[in-house]
Design a protein around this ligand. Structure first.
Ligand code: IPM
Ligand code: MN
Length: 346
């Protein structure tokens, strides 16, 4: 019989609340014969305050044994900036070689967005997940003086660029519109820019059915707002992808709806699914957080594990739920989770 062995990292702030709803919907959507096992990991700000640890080796090892990871959100104002980001979240993405950071954007019905009523928006950003300026390759000279020099080197390898570009072409080829846009800044970042563009052009020859396009990242931000329907699949580096996907979320219904998957397509390590949003400490513990982004991340998780029909059921439930959303009565985190659990079960 089938089974899913899931690691759960609720994390900080609203992380716990939204993950509870994600698991509720996961339980509701899974067929009876699928055995779901979950193991919760206590990682994040509280753990760090208690023990000074971010991600001990023993836990990193244990996480490797699961089929997938569901993560809520990591970070707290009481922890110095970067400690948990680098010591936990990025450590997981790097250790498990999550080179595909998949971030779909869809204009859902009835959502508050400057683009409501526009033509259909349905694109996916394939953000590189293990390289670029995120590698921690930098330093500071004459620190603290008026002559301080800080560097933050963007690392781009032929291997790393080719595997993400190839994955993006394959995703584009599998979609109806078959269009792939490379976003970079190769007029200024010439070394990395040329590696990306050359790799893109080389792999393009293997996918003649895919229409290709190139945009500088600054121009891409204009089109995200003025003409988002022009995008189908976008491939870009780690930092450009980080920034573009927050913008994408803002224009397609808000960060409360944006899902993501940190994927290792080789299956060598578990992939990790998480909402794009952060811990929102200002509303934590009040039942105000929208769990939809986490629930849509559960759909990506199910798709990754081969449960396509269940993934679609969740996505259709979210569309239907949003279509009927009554803006006058704000629902609690729990109420939204309950409503979606009922929809996917029926
Ligand atoms: C994200 C976040 C992270 C990132 C931070 C918290 C390290 O902004 O998942 O988009 O920059 O990737
Ligand atoms: Mn981000």
């Amino acid at each position: 019989s089938r089974s899913i062995d899931l690691a759960v990292i609720p994390g900080d702030g609203i992380g716990q609340e939204v993950v509870t709803q994600g698991l509720k919907v996961l339980n509701a959507v899974l067929p009876q014969d699928v055995k779901l096992e979950t193991k919760e990991y206590d990682l994040g700000a509280q753990r760090w305050h208690r023990t000074g640890e971010t991600l001990p080796d023993a836990e990193l090892e244990a996480l490797k044994g699961h089929d997938a990871i569901l993560l809520g959100a990591i970070g707290d104002p009481s922890v110095p900036s970067g400690v948990l980001e680098r010591g936990l979240l990025l450590k997981l993405r790097f250790a498990f070689d999550h080179f595909i950071n998949l971030r779909p954007s869809k204009l859902f019905p009835n959502t508050a967005t400057p683009l409501a009523g526009r033509p259909e928006i349905d694109f996916v950003v394939v953000r590189e997940g293990t390289e670029g300026p995120y590698t921690g390759n930098g330093g500071s000279l004459r620190t603290g003086t008026e002559h301080e020099i800080a560097t933050e080197v963007s690392v781009n390898t032929a291997h790393g660029v080719e595997r993400v570009v190839r994955d993006a072409f394959a995703r584009a080829a599998a979609r109806p519109r078959k269009k792939l846009t490379l976003v970079h800044k190769n007029n200024v970042l010439v070394y990395a820019g040329h590696l990306w563009k050359n790799t893109f052009d080389k792999v393009a020859a293997e996918f003649p059915e895919v229409t290709t396009d190139y945009l500088h990242v600054d121009a891409a931000t204009i089109f995200f707002v003025t003409q988002p329907e022009r995008f189908d699949v976008i491939v870009t580096d780690n930092l450009f992808g980080d920034i573009l996907t927050d913008l994408a979320a803002a224009v397609t219904g808000g960060i409360g709806l944006a899902a993501s998957g940190n994927i290792n397509p080789t299956g060598a390590f578990p992939s990790m699914f998480e909402p794009v949003h952060g811990t929102a400490p200002d509303i934590a513990g009040q039942g105000k957080a929208d769990p939809t982004a986490t629930i849509l991340s559960v759909a990506l998780l199910l798709r990754h594990l081969g449960y396509e029909a269940e993934a679609v059921r969740i996505e259709e439930a979210v569309s239907a739920d949003l279509a009927e959303r009554d803006g006058k009565h704000a629902r609690t985190t729990d109420e939204i989770g309950d409503a979606l659990a009922v929809r996917v079960a029926s």
